[in-house]
Ligand binder design. Structure first.
Ligand SMILES: [Ca+2]
Length: 387
């Protein structure tokens, strides 16, 4: 790796870690913007929901992201104690909530709300600013989430907006003009085995190196050219529910390296997404067997008009919130959801285009700040599901 490569990789990794895991970036940006010396006291009051448990999940995500962006967040138990049995719902008046936030918490910003629906969803947040020189101000923000997996992304976006912090710029632009990365993308080995679905599995009824073909799927001839494709034939019931996932076999990866992914798809209607899921191997504990669990996820949103083939490209660095949970295996998850219909997938490519830095980048502090010691409870990225 050349010196330039090392510099690019370290800059990217430092950026990703700073943006995703550490509060310093957000606090610096916020303080620079507002001239305020002290961090914002960010109070999350109850978020109710039509779907059981989802409101609490959104509350955890709000607290987690606000803390990551440098705000001081109230411990849920102390909020419960201070409310002393007083119930906050979507009907509670902003005036009453502002009074509580001011008198019992001395908060700068208070957020509460409701998650409407059971898929698709609408996250409705009421935000009251108590720290404005021009006086209190209440605003309502609504975030449409087509699918469950979109809720964390929209919640993170909400916290940036509430705190008035610009979302981080695209750090990947640096990669586009890098000759060595382009060469590795052109000439490097594809880590996805059987990437075009051409090779049959042992039973002959599906492609090798991918999961078995399940109902509402088919290992089909390419309708527009030679060779085979993976076809979704999603029913309305599935489209309205969890959608369809099709997983690759395990792919060994190097945490901290830069990867580039691409695939081609043609949708006749359904919304498509690709999840690049990183897994860490956890040892057996307390009667649970050793297993690989998801600790990293890159979500890719293909675009383009329906009924045509499109190629989607995405760069990413697989990393976990906790370094000791660094992902060392990856699965490609080809996903489709509402509305029902047909999707064709083909030519899945994953290549390592830049090695991980040899030493940790100097921008990473040695210890997490107070209040960041237990991210597993609060961190939606460290999901426990295993496909
Ligand atoms: Ca093919």
């Amino acid at each position: 790796m050349t010196r330039l490569q090392t510099t690019v990789c370290r800059a990217l990794l430092a950026f990703v870690l700073a943006a995703c895991a550490l509060p310093s970036w957000g606090r610096a940006a916020e303080d620079a913007a507002s001239g305020r010396a002290k961090p914002t006291a960010f109070l999350v009051l109850p978020v109710t929901s039509d779907e059981e448990g989802l409101g609490e999940h959104v509350q955890r995500m709000l607290r987690w992201k606000a803390r990551r962006l440098g705000a001081v967040v109230y411990d849920p138990a102390s909020v419960r104690d201070a409310l002393a049995g007083e119930t906050i719902t979507r009907e509670t008046s902003p005036e009453r909530v502002a009074e509580l936030a001011r008198e019992r918490f001395k908060a700068d910003i208070v957020v509460f709300g409701h998650v409407l629906g059971t898929g698709p969803y609408e996250v409705r947040l009421r935000v009251i600013y108590l720290d404005r020189p021009q006086g209190e101000r209440a605003v309502e923000k609504t975030y449409a989430c087509s699918h469950h997996q979109v809720i964390p992304l929209e919640t993170a976006k909400a916290v940036y907006e509430i705190l008035g912090i610009p979302e981080p710029p695209d750090p990947w632009r640096q990669l586009r003009d890098d000759a060595d990365i382009q060469r590795r993308w052109r000439e490097g080995p594809n880590l996805v085995r059987n990437p075009g679905f051409e090779e049959p599995g042992a039973a002959g009824d599906g492609p090798a190196q991918w999961q078995p073909v399940e109902k509402e799927m088919a290992w089909a001839h390419n309708p527009d050219g030679p060779g085979k494709v993976l076809k979704f034939e999603m029913t309305p019931g599935t489209a309205a529910g969890y959608g369809l996932d099709y997983y690759s076999d395990w792919i060994r990866i190097e945490p901290g390296a830069v990867y580039r992914f691409s695939c081609r798809h043609k949708s006749l209607g359904p919304t498509v997404k690709i999840f690049l899921k990183g897994y860490h191997s956890f040892p057996a504990t307390d009667g649970y067997p050793a297993q690989r669990r998801e600790t990293y996820r890159r979500q890719v949103h293909p675009s383009g008009e329906a009924s045509r083939w499109h190629e989607t490209l995405a760069d990413f660095i697989p990393e976990a919130t906790r370094p000791e949970h660094a992902p060392t295996f990856l699965k490609v998850d080809l996903f489709a959801c509402y509305p029902a219909g047909v999707v064709y997938w083909d030519d899945v490519v994953l290549k390592k285009v830049c090695d991980a830095p040899v030493a940790p980048p100097p921008a990473v502090p040695a210890a997490a700040p107070p209040g960041e010691a237990e991210p597993a409870v609060e961190a939606p990225a460290e999901s426990k599901d295993t496909p």
